[in-house]
Design a binder for this molecule. Structure first.
Ligand code: FRU
Length: 457
């Protein structure tokens, strides 16, 4: 029989038979979406970190390609980004060629008692991403740190613009901003942090502009993953909205509160980490992918021969909400033909006395279940996976996760629940609140049972 450990997600990318973690180098080029990823090409747990590679033309079916940048004895290839060097600023392209350039963290092993250094390095492709060559001048940015990683690079400005790199001083909980004319020579522009959630190391930053929906205004969004210390526990992703002038990021809403519920989270579930956006997507769309797991237990999840999956691709917008707060709203890219997934699209009451329980199950007994509760009085959503099947492979796995529902002055709340083998993604309140959760039931969840109680408050 099909157990969750043998049912592979359809629209969430998994590597054929190996381990993956963070999405890397997300890039659109000549009709193809490239998804590189942290990959152990020879194992199903973290190690030998290399850039795996997958491609798609529709963002829902992915073809795994050959490993793009393999680990060597001298370095592991940690997270980073990729750009199209349209202006040939780095000089890698010959006449008539266009270079794709990957900017990754070269993580060197400790040597002779000296600690391993993390520095930023380049690799380039002259055949539209099929094959990659390391730059012989690597590393291009080495500050002698053991915790300096995850460069996200993009072009800022027009013809007179420059490259911007956002990276982290991970243990100092700081995002650092560098600029360069050519991807090779980098100058420190500014630093941001520590700020808001700081209960773990900062990793995998991203920075991009987004129009405020329904206006002519634009703001910049700074994405910061942290591990541990996320709102649901373990690793997760927060964001800041603000302005950016090419070197410095200024947030527009900083709270002194120490309650994580007052910060902005890209996801409130346990399984959405290291989320970053694609470069070069047409029509100014902003598309993101997160890693659908959590460092608390990622190496032990009961699947095989693959381990870990990416999230669905999420299209994001910036929306002005109650109290003038600017927040990210997300919607998943779903296959046009949704039969490989189970998608539940519903509206539930969100009035003071109303409490709705949604139970996802895989069989009639309902013994194994995921329970989602919408409490109109508290305006909250909780997701309980303590009875969801295999939960005891790690003590941190069984969880009840909570999120505040957006203040929309409505008596109802819309929910989109996408179930794809061992991953459930919940989008609530026009995507202003999302929860991504892994589940490992004996029979994959396919049914949704719903009950509303209109009590007194
Ligand atoms: C985040 C992370 C990154 C690092 C990579 C190594 O999950 O720790 O900071 O580059 O994973 O695989």
């Amino acid at each position: 029989t099909a157990t969750p450990s043998s049912v592979r997600p359809a629209a969430h990318f998994t590597a054929r038979s190996t381990w993956l973690n963070d999405p890397n180098g997300l890039l659109y080029h000549e009709g193809v979406y490239h998804l590189f990823f942290q990959n152990n090409p020879s194992g199903d747990t973290w190690g030998n970190m290399s850039w795996g590679h997958a491609t798609s033309t529709d963002l829902v079916s992915w073809q795994e390609q050959a490993v793009a940048i393999p680990a060597t004895a001298e370095e592991m290839v940690f997270s980073g980004s990729a750009v199209v060097d349209t202006r040939n600023t780095a000089g890698f392209a010959g006449p008539g060629q266009t270079a794709l350039v990957a900017i990754y963290t070269s993580a060197r092993p400790p040597l002779d008692g000296a600690p391993g250094i993390q520095a930023q390095a380049l690799a380039f492709s002259l055949d539209a991403g099929n094959t990659w060559t390391r730059y012989e001048g690597n590393p291009v940015l080495d500050i002698g740190s053991t915790e300096f990683r995850d460069p996200k690079v993009f072009w800022y400005g027009g013809d007179n613009g420059h490259w911007v790199m956002v990276a982290v001083d991970a243990v100092d909980r700081r995002v650092v901003f560098y600029t360069s004319p050519n991807l090779i020579d980098w100058t420190l522009g500014s630093r941001f942090g520590p700020c808001h959630a700081v209960g773990g190391v900062w990793e995998c930053p991203d920075l991009f502009p987004l129009p405020i929906k329904g206006t002519q205004e634009t703001r910049w969004v700074l994405i910061v993953s942290l591990n541990p210390g996320a709102i649901a526990g373990g690793s997760g992703t927060q964001y800041f909205v603000g302005d950016f002038d090419g070197t410095t990021f200024i947030p527009t809403r900083i709270t002194e509160s120490t309650d994580p519920a007052d910060y902005d989270w890209l996801d409130y579930g346990r399984d959405y980490y290291a989320a970053v956006s694609f470069n070069n997507v047409p029509d100014d769309r902003r598309l993101m992918i997160g890693w659908a797991s959590n460092w608390d237990y990622a190496n032990e999840t009961p699947t095989g021969p693959w381990r870990s999956a990416m999230s669905l691709v999420r299209e994001i917008e910036l929306v002005r909400t109650a109290g003038d707060r600017l927040r990210i709203a997300q919607s998943p890219i779903l296959p046009p033909e949704q039969s490989p997934l189970h998608v539940f699209d519903l509206t539930v009451p969100c009035t003071p006395g109303a409490r709705t329980t949604l139970v996802l199950t895989g069989d009639d007994s309902g013994v194994e279940r995921l329970t989602i509760t919408i409490d109109g009085g508290e305006r909250s959503i909780t997701c309980d996976r303590t009875q969801s099947g295999a939960v005891d492979f790690h003590p941190a796995f069984p969880s009840v996760d909570w999120a505040p529902l957006p203040d929309q002055n409505t008596e109802e709340i819309d929910l989109l629940i996408v179930v794809d083998a061992h991953i459930v993604e919940i989008y609530a309140g026009k995507g202003l609140v999302t929860l991504a959760e892994q589940v490992f039931p004996t029979a994959p969840f396919t049914r949704l049972h719903r009950e509303t109680i209109h009590g007194q408050k």
